[in-house]
Ligand binder design. Sequence first.
Ligand code: AMP
Length: 214
Amino acid sequence: MNIIFLGSAGVGKGTNANRVAMHYSIPTISSGDLLRAEVAASSAIGKKAKAYMDKGVLVPNEIIDIMIKNRLQKPDCKNGFILDGYPRNLEQAKLLDKSMKIDTVINYFASTKVILERLGGRMSCSKCDKGYNINTIKKPKEAGICDECGGKLVQRDDDKPDAIKKRLDVYKKQVKPVIEYYKKQNILTDIDSSYGYNELHKIIDPTIKAIDSA
Ligand code: AMP
C-alpha cells in the first residue's frame, strides 16, 4: 500500500497522514521532517538544504531524491508508506515511479484563508521541537512557552507571512503537473481538508474509503 498525500503547506497533510498511517500500521515519511532532521544534525545534506528551506523554495531534486530513496528502502516500509511532501514536482514523480509502484494519491485542498490562518499560528519549541498552533486547540497553556519542557516557542522561518506566500506560489506552480500526471493514471482522489481539528473524521473517513477502494 504505497500512498502519496499531496496538498500545499497548511492543508493538514501531516495530521491526516499520522491518523491514516496509524489505521494501516505503516510509516509516514515527510520530506520536510527528513530535511529538518538533516539540518538539525548539520549533515552534508542539511547544510546544502538549509538556505533553500529558509527562503521557502524547493531544495534541488538531486539532494532530496537520494534522501527519499534511502528512506523508502528501510524495513518499516515493506508493507507500504505514506509520502507527505514528496513528490513536489514532475521530475520527482517520474523518478519515484522508477523505484516504487504508487497505489493511490490523495490530493488535499483548503481555501487560502484557512491555510493562512493555520500556518500563521504554527509555533514550535526551540528546545524539544514540540509543535503548537496558537490559532487552534493545539495552542500552549501559557503563551510562548512549551507545555512539555518550558522552552521558548518560536515560529519557523518558513512559516512567516512572506515565506508562506512564496511557498504557496511555488507549490501551486510545481505541483500542478504532478496532479495531472496522477489524474491521467486514474489514481488520484481530491479531498476537502478545510475542517477543524474536532471534525477530522470528515477528512479521514473519505481518505480511508479512497485508499481501500484503490
Ligand atoms: P514542508 O515541511 O513540507 O513544508 O517543507 C519545508 C521545506 O522543505 C520546503 O519549503 C522545501 O524547501 C523543502 N522541501 C520539502 N519537501 C521537498 C521536496 N519534495 N522537494 C524539494 N524541497 C522540499
